[in-house]
Design a protein around this ligand. Structure first.
Ligand code: HEC
Length: 215
């Protein structure tokens, strides 16, 4: 068998698999084994808290019922649940979370993704995705208001007339202004994406008075 073409291809196949496993799994594991993985609580930052607080004022009834107070702990729980909803609803079938260093990706989506961005609990498993029916979402946070996301998740065509994105009415208690716990969590998760970068848009210093004025 080893002298036939099939035998050579067979051995080459195993060889390439072993090489890929070494370079893509073993080497990164060894490189980053001393980098502590951050928890959801640790990745909550001021920018996200600004959005979370805003969410609590925009949908006060729903927020109080499903989340409670806009605290860091509740925000971390919302992120965990939001990630689960993202996985469960199959958002990753159509959206990637990786700005690639090719094809001018950075012109469209922002700075190229780096390894450290994925070193936390919410990136297990990573949502790199493979298909891009919709845009990359790794810098989505802050690009849109939470009310835009609510309407968009309820019925994408309401804000994006030709959108092929499915509707998610089960993330609401009825209307687009009544997101339920899973809806609020998904919005929080989407607003988190990219909040670890300085490029996060629409962000003012967390300032209670200034926020009060804007409502
Ligand atoms: C069938 C493919 C498909 C699925 C599944 C899908 N989307 Fe989309 N999504 C799109 C397309 C296409 C767009 C661009 C048009 C639009 O704005 O609706 C989009 C747009 C978006 C945007 C707006 C991006 C921007 O700022 O312009 C967000 C946020 C988003 N999707 C999140 C999600 C989430 C979260 C889920 C899972 C609950 C999801 N999508 C599921 C295809 C999809």
């Amino acid at each position: 068998m080893f002298e036939s073409k099939a035998g050579i291809l067979f051995i080459a196949g195993i060889g390439f698999f072993a090489f890929a496993f070494l370079s893509n799994a073993v080497v990164p594991m060894v490189m980053y084994k001393d980098l502590p993985e951050q928890t959801a609580e640790q990745v909550v930052n001021d920018k996200l808290m600004y959005q979370f607080d805003e969410l609590s004022r925009r949908y006060p009834g729903a927020f109080r019922e499903h989340i409670g107070e806009p605290t860091v702990e509740n925000c971390a729980d919302a992120l965990r649940l939001g990630k689960q909803v993202y996985v469960g609803e199959g958002c990753w079938h159509c959206h990637s979370q990786f700005v690639r260093p090719v094809s001018n990706d950075s012109k469209r989506f922002g700075q190229v993704s780096e390894t450290w961005e994925y070193q936390n609990e919410l990136q297990r498993p990573v949502m790199f995705g493979t298909r891009r029916v919709g845009p990359d979402l790794s810098r989505e946070g802050g690009r849109r208001g939470s009310d835009w996301h609510a309407v968009h998740f309820f019925k994408p065509k309401m804000v994006s007339p030709d959108s092929p994105m499915p509707e998610y009415p089960w993330l609401f208690d009825g209307a687009p202004d009544q997101p339920n716990g899973r809806g609020l969590a998904l919005i929080t998760y989407v607003q988190w994406l990219g909040s670890w970068l300085d490029t996060y848009p629409y962000y003012e210093e967390l300032d209670a008075e200034k926020m009060e004025e804007s409502f």
